[in-house]
Write a protein that binds this ligand. Structure first.
Ligand code: HEM
Ligand SMILES: *[C@@H]1O[C@H](CO)[C@@H](O)[C@H](O)[C@H]1NC(C)=O
Length: 431
C-alpha cells in the first residue's frame, strides 16, 4: 500500500514539475491550448480534419499559436498575414527545415529538401544554377516538355477510348521531364528503368558528378557523391508525385465540370488550333485556361501544411519569442481557402482567378508552392508542365466520365502531409 501511495505521490510531483517547467518556457511562445503531459495536444487535433482543427484554434488563440505534438512545441502560422510576415518578412529566420524522423531516415540531412544551414544554401543554389545551365543546353526545357506531352498523347491514343486510369503515365511524364533535363534523355514508358529508377540514378549520376567535381574547390564540401544522389533524389521525389496528383485531380475536376472543360477547349481552338503544339507563349492569351489551372491548384491544396519549417535562431515575432529550433507549421490551406480572397472557397470556380472582364486575376494568396527562401524549387518547371500537359491533352481528346458528372466526388482527401484524389478511370476520345 505504501509503495503505491509513494509512487502516486512521486508521479504527481513529476507531472506538476513538468507542467511548471513547460509553463515557464511557454511564457514567450505564442498562446495555445493547455497540453497534457507526454502527449501534448495530440488528443485535441482531429487528424482527419487538421485544417478545421487549426481554424478552430486560430479563432480562440489568434493567427499564431502553439501546439504540442508530444513534448515538442510547434508554432502554427494561420492565414496570409502571419505566413507572409514569417516566410517573407523574416525569411532567413524561418528558412530552417523542420526535422521529421522519417525524412531523416531517407535523406540523412543531405540534398535540398531536408538539409539545413550552409549545406542547404549551397546545394539549393548550385542545383538552381545547374538546372538552368542544363535546361538551356541543346533544347530548352519548354521543348522537352512539349516533346513529352506528345509522347503522352501517343500513349493515350493507344487506349482507343476505352476506360483507363492514367496514374502510371502521369507519373512517367514528369519523371521523364526531369530525366531529360538532368541526363539529356528520356525513358520509354515501358522501360525497366522506371521500375528501378534508383539504379538508373546511380549509373547516370556520373554525368552530373563531372559538373559537380568541377566545382569541388570548396573547403567544407557539399559536392560529395552522397549529396549529389540525395539532391537528384529530391528533384525526382519533389517533381513526380506532386505533378501526377495535380494532373489526376485536374482531369477529375474537368470531368465533373464539363462546362469548364468546354470553355478551355474553346480557348485552345481559338488561340492554338489543331495544327501545332501548345507553347508557353500561348498562356498569355488564354486567361481562362490559366485561371482553371490556378483554381485546380488552389482547390486541391496539395500540401495543406507545406513541409515542416523551423526557426534558425531565437526570433522575436509579433510579441513572442520563438526559441531557435522550434518547429514551425505554415497552414497553406488557411491561405488557399481564405474566404475573403476567394469567396466560397469550398467551391471549384475558375472565377476566383478572373476579373469581371474575363482577364486573368493574379492573387498573392496563390501559395500552393509556399513562399520565401524555401519556396518550391520546381515551381517554374511545375507550372510549365501543368500548362503544356493539360492543353496538349485537351487539344487532342474529349474526356468522357464513366459516371454522371454530378456523382463525381471531388472533395480533396487530405491527411496531415498530402492530398490525393480517389482512384478513377476515364475515356480519352480522340478529337
Ligand atoms: C504541382 C507541383 C508542385 C507543388 C504543388 C510543390 C509544392 C512544394 C512545397 C509546398 C514545398 C515546400 C516549401 C516550403 O518548405 O516552404 C516544395 C519544396 C520543394 N519542391 Fe516542390 N512542388 C511541386 C513540384 C516540384 C517539382 C517539379 C520539383 C522538381 C524540380 C520540386 C522540387 C522541390 C524541392 C527540391 C523542394 C525543397 C526546397 C527546399 O527545401 O529548399 N517541386 N514544393
Ligand atoms: C471546430 O469547431 C466546431 C464548432 O465549435 C466543432 O463542431 C468542430 O468539431 C471543430 N472541428 C475540429 C476538427 O476540431
Amino acid at each position: 500500500m505504501d509503495l503505491v501511495m509513494g509512487s502516486v505521490l512521486i508521479l504527481t510531483c513529476l507531472l506538476l514539475f513538468s507542467y511548471w517547467k513547460r509553463s515557464c518556457k511557454r511564457g514567450k511562445l505564442p498562446p495555445g491550448p493547455t497540453p497534457l503531459p507526454i502527449i501534448g495536444n495530440i488528443h485535441q487535433i482531429d487528424v482527419k480534419n487538421v485544417h478545421q482543427a487549426f481554424t478552430n484554434f486560430s479563432k480562440i488563440y489568434g493567427p499564431v499559436f502553439t501546439l504540442y505534438f508530444g513534448m515538442k512545441p510547434t508554432v502554427v502560422l494561420h492565414g496570409y498575414e502571419a505566413i507572409k510576415e514569417a516566410l517573407i518578412g523574416h525569411g532567413e529566420e524561418f528558412s530552417g527545415r523542420g526535422s521529421a524522423p522519417i525524412f531523416q531516415m531517407i535523406s540523412k540531412d543531405l540534398g535540398i529538401g531536408f538539409s539545413n544551414g550552409n549545406a542547404w544554401k549551397e546545394t539549393r543554389h548550385f542545383s538552381l544554377l545547374t538546372l538552368r545551365k542544363l535546361g538551356v543546353g541543346k533544347r530548352s526545357i519548354e521543348n522537352q516538355i512539349q516533346e513529352e506531352a506528345q509522347f503522352l498523347v501517343e500513349e493515350l491514343k493507344k487506349t482507343n477510348g476505352s476506360p483507363y486510369d492514367p496514374s502510371f503515365i502521369l507519373t512517367c511524364a514528369p519523371c521523364n521531364v526531369i530525366c531529360a533535363i538532368i541526363f539529356q534523355n528520356r525513358l520509354e514508358y515501358n522501360d525497366q528503368g522506371f521500375v528501378n529508377l534508383v539504379e538508373k540514378l546511380n549509373a547516370n549520376s556520373k554525368i552530373l558528378s563531372s559538373l559537380w567535381l568541377q566545382e569541388n574547390h570548396n573547403q567544407q564540401s557539399i559536392y560529395t557523391r552522397e549529396n549529389l544522389i540525395a539532391t537528384l533524389n529530391d528533384l525526382f521525389v519533389g517533381g513526380t508525385d506532386t505533378l501526377k496528383t495535380t494532373m489526376r485531380f485536374a482531369l477529375l475536376l474537368l470531368l465533373k465540370y464539363p462546362h469548364v472543360t468546354a470553355k478551355v477547349q474553346e480557348e485552345i481552338d481559338r488561340v492554338i488550333g489543331r495544327q501545332r503544339s501548345p507553347c508557353l507563349q500561348d498562356r498569355k492569351q488564354m486567361p481562362y485556361t490559366d485561371a482553371v489551372i490556378h483554381e485546380v491548384q488552389r482547390f486541391i491544396d496539395i500540401a495543406p501544411n507545406s513541409l515542416p519549417h523551423e526557426v534558425t535562431c531565437d526570433v522575436k515575432f509579433r510579441n513572442y519569442l520563438i526559441p531557435k529550433g522550434t518547429a514551425i507549421v505554415t497552414s497553406l490551406s488557411s491561405v488557399l481557402y481564405d474566404s475573403n480572397e476567394f469567396p466560397n472557397p469550398e467551391t471549384f470556380d475558375p472565377g476566383h482567378f478572373l476579373d469581371a472582364k474575363g482577364n486573368f486575376k493574379k492573387s498573392d494568396y496563390f501559395m500552393p508552392f509556399s513562399a520565401g527562401k524555401r519556396v518550391c524549387l520546381g515551381e517554374g518547371l511545375a507550372r510549365m508542365e501543368l500548362f503544356l500537359f493539360l492543353t496538349t491533352i485537351l487539344q487532342n481528346f474529349k474526356l468522357k466520365s464513366l459516371v454522371p458528372p454530378k456523382d463525381i466526388n471531388d472533395t480533396p482527401q487530405a491527411n496531415v502531409i498530402s492530398v490525393s484524389p480517389p482512384p478513377f478511370q476515364l475515356c480519352f476520345i480522340p478529337l
